[in-house]
Design a protein around this ligand. Sequence first.
Ligand code: ZN
Length: 160
Amino acid sequence: MREAIRVATSRGTDPASTPIGAVIVLDGEIIARAHNECDALHDPTAHAEMVAFRRGGASVANGNNPAGEMRGATLYSTLQPCGMCTMASIWAKVGRVVYGAGREDVHRMYFEARHTDTLAFIADAYRDDIGIEGGVLRQDCAALYFGPDDAVGEAEQGNL
Ligand SMILES: [Zn+2]
């Protein structure tokens, strides 16, 4: 998770830019690191976790695993993954998702009401496939973002 925080802050620490870091570990080794690249790639799905899945898949793919599935791997993310990224964890076949700050730890702009809390649904529906654990280095991760009670101007709320 400390590496995920390092990746998240590699482009600066402005909470308005939503610095999210994701790291995938397989057999004790980091196989992918990524931050959010939506703007850079002009890809609204290029969340840190999605970019990490693509890099991790490319690094483990071989003749027996052409799709680059990451069985037994752990995804670390500084912020609770959204529904898309949590569902992508199922397809990537990672065994575990570990996140730092949860939605209650940060300003609501990061989890607008339309972001339904699919994490609990997925943890329940896929409980034999995936373990989900939050709150790892919670304070350090939450410090990357606006706090729940911070006054955030509408122009700074990039997620609206
Ligand atoms: Zn996401």
